[in-house]
Structures are given as C-alpha cells and as structure tokens.
Design a protein around this ligand. Structure first.
Ligand SMILES: *Cc1c(COP(=O)(O)O)cnc(C)c1O
Length: 391
C-alpha cells in the first residue's frame, strides 16, 4: 500500500460526495503517513536550483494546506478549478476585479447585504454599474439586462427571503447577452445543489457558513470550470492576496468532512421548525422552500437535493413583536451569520441587511431569520414556543 494514496481520488467522479469530502485533495503526508492534512505554516519553500521547485514558492501564492482545501471543495462542486480566500467577500471582490469600468452587474433583488454593499459602495465609484432585478421573472430579466451586462449574480435560496431561482433558466438568459452567471451557493452548499452542472459559470461561497460549519473560521471560495478565467483569478488571488491562513484553510477542510451528515440534520430540523411555525397564530407567513405552497418549491425539488437549514418568517404585529421575539429565545442565539451547529435567530432589517435600507434590496421589518442548528429538535421547538408565549 503506497503511503501516497491520493491517485485513486484523482478521478473525482468515480467517488461519492461523502468520500470525496473526506479524501479528495488530501493525500496522506509523504514524510510521516499522517492521515490528516498537515497545517503547513511555511511562508517560503526551498528551491533545488533557481526555477526548480515542487510547485510552491511563497505562501501567499500557494501553500499545501490551501491546495488541499481548494482541490477538495472544487471536487464537491464538480469544478475543475477552486480558489480559497480569506472571506466570502474577499472571494467576491477578487472575482469582480475581472470587470472593467462601464461593465454592468445584474444582482438579484434579494441578495446578501454585503454583496450589495461591495457592488453599490465600492465598485460603483470605480465605474461599474448595477441594477437589482427580480430573478424569479426570467422574461423580465431578459428585458432588464443592458448590453453592457457582464455578470448576473444569483443567490438561491435567497437571503433572507428564501426565494428559489431557476439556475438553468437564468444561466440561459445571462449567456444570451454574453454575461457570466455567478451563483452564491452559500445557503445550499454543494451537498444540496451544484450550480455548475445547471449552467452557472462561477460558484461563490462564504465557507464561513455551512462549509466550515462550526462558527470558528471565516473563509470564501470560487469554483469554476473555465480554465482561462481560472488563470485570471489565480493571478488576482496572487496579486491582491486576499487569502486565508493555513490554519483557516485547515479548519474549513475539517468542516467539509462532515458537511453531508450535518446538512441532512439541518434540513430535517428546518423542515420541522417550518411546519411548527405555520401552526402559530403569531406568524403571518413562513418562507421555507420545503413547504409545498412555497412559490419556489417545484424548482427547489428539481435543482436541490433537499431544502436547506434556513427558515424565515413574518411576525404578526410588525417590527415590535419581531424584535421582542428575537430577544426572547434562549436556545436560538441572537446573532448574525448562519450555517453552524448552533441555532441562530436574527432580525435581517436591523442586522445582516441594515446596509440595504433605502435600496431595492431592503427587507420588511417584521421578518425574522432562523439558522436551524443541530441541537435536539424538541429543544428548538420548545424554545420557540416559550418565546412566542412571552410576546
Ligand atoms: C456571509 C455571506 C457572504 C459573505 O461571506 P463572508 O465570509 O462573511 O465574507 C456572502 N454571501 C452569503 C449568502 C453569505 O451568507
């Protein structure tokens, strides 16, 4: 048995998702046989003679721990290229640097607040234009895209309204004007949805969320199949340098190993929470793609393996009761972010989406978002029950 057993994982498609999450890109350490990818802290790498090296020169450009993460998560997305960054925003910024003044971005009208902030407040002063479009209406999208459109940016399910966007239909529309389709796959994860196989050009992740999965590491990722674009992005990754540390890369890689089993439980518990919420008189409307009357349910069934761990809902009586509810839970922790083992509750209008107030991406102030974690489902339901009872 050779110590270096990675060759059998070179053909990613030959192995199941869970197997690749644990093994792809993670050869046993040649010098020791260590089963776990080492955290490679070296900033520089020996050269046998000038120009002769083992593929590593300087750690901003590449380092072995990052390579393992990049190869593993690229494999999970069905991508031939993967690039890891210091945060989701760093990944987004690096990709958006491929644009030039005069280029236009079409953003879904229910996007992550930070994506809106980056585009509207950082890229616009640099000459990029943008518009927010309802991407559930693909005919409307076709009419709304100016000829300068270079990027259509999709989140699905969206944040925080959990609207489902038809990736294949939007990809076709984007390609008809020569634009690239970027899908932010943070909410779904590659376990539930693989956008490249549906026609997307680039997948972006905040690995801070489900991929890391334990609220202890910030990171971002780009996955794609276009080799020319990948070379441009590798150049930008090196030139801009928005890369995470080897320890960050290690933690994200560690999180990926359990992504599949965590997602299964997140999905089951979120479904139970969504059903509970529909039974409460204090709730006006529940947003969860797994509910059969959710407008995106059919598309979600087609393009996702399951419906994810996020649930949003509108509280009767408006902002006052919504704010009180967010402060009244005990197992659900009042905090931003999502996708980790602990359940979180937040008020998007005043928290994650505060930067979108007054923009087309503003969210209603009676909305509450839950990230359903991995605690006992009975404790989660009991916690919400006591919080509603105290309103
Ligand atoms: C958190 C998040 C981001 C930004 O990622 P960071 O890791 O916080 O920089 C982008 N998109 C979505 C959907 C997110 O939830």
């Amino acid at each position: 048995m050779p110590l270096l057993a990675d060759d059998i994982f070179a053909d990613a498609n030959a192995w199941g998702f869970e197997t690749r999450a644990i093994r792809a890109g993670q050869p046993h350490d040649v010098s020791s046989g260590a089963v776990v990818t080492p955290i490679s802290l070296a900033t520089t790498f020996v050269q046998e003679e000038v120009g002769v090296n083992r593929g590593y020169l300087y750690a901003r450009v590449s380092n072995p721990t990052r390579t393992a993460l990049q190869d593993c998560l690229a494999s999970l997305e069905g991508a031939s290229h993967g690039l890891a960054f210091a945060s989701g925003m760093a990944a987004e910024d690096t990709f958006l640097r491929t644009l030039a003044p005069g280029d236009h971005i079409v953003l879904g009208d229910d996007a992550y607040g930070g994506t809106f902030r980056l585009i509207a407040h950082v890229l616009v002063p640099m000459g990029i234009t943008w518009s927010a479009v309802d991407l559930t209406d693909v005919d409307g999208l076709r009419e709304a895209m100016p000829s300068s459109t270079k990027v259509v940016w999709v989140e699905t399910p969206t944040n925080p309204s959990l609207t489902v966007i038809d990736i294949a239909a939007v990809a076709e529309a984007a390609h008809s004007v020569g634009a690239r389709l970027v899908v932010d796959n943070t909410f779904a994860t590659p376990y539930l949805q693989q956008p490249l196989s549906l026609g997307a050009d680039v997948v972006v992740h905040s690995t801070t969320k489900y991929c890391g999965g334990h609220s202890d590491v910030v990171g971002g990722f780009l996955a794609l199949n276009d080799t020319e674009l990948a070379e441009e992005l590798e150049f930008l990754q090196k030139a801009v340098g928005a890369v995470g540390s080897p320890f960050d890369n290690y933690l994200t890689l560690r999180g990926l190993k359990t992504l599949a089993v965590r997602m299964d439980r997140h999905c089951d518990s979120a479904r139970a929470v969504a059903e509970f919420l529909t039974s409460r008189p204090e709730v006006v409307e529940v947003f969860f793609p797994g509910l059969v009357d959710h407008p995106g349910h059919e598309i979600a069934v087609r393009q996702m393996k399951d419906f994810g761990g996020m649930v949003s809902f509108r509280v009767a009586g408006g902002v006052g009761p919504a704010m009180r509810l967010a402060a009244a839970t005990q197992v659900f922790v009042l905090a931003e972010s999502l996708g980790a083992v602990e359940s979180l509750i937040e008020h998007p209008g005043a928290m994650t989406h505060a930067s979108a107030v007054g923009s087309p991406l503003e969210v209603s102030d009676d909305l509450i978002r839950l990230s359903v974690g991995l605690e006992a489902i009975d404790d989660l339901i009991a916690d919400l029950t006591q919080a509603f009872d105290r309103l």
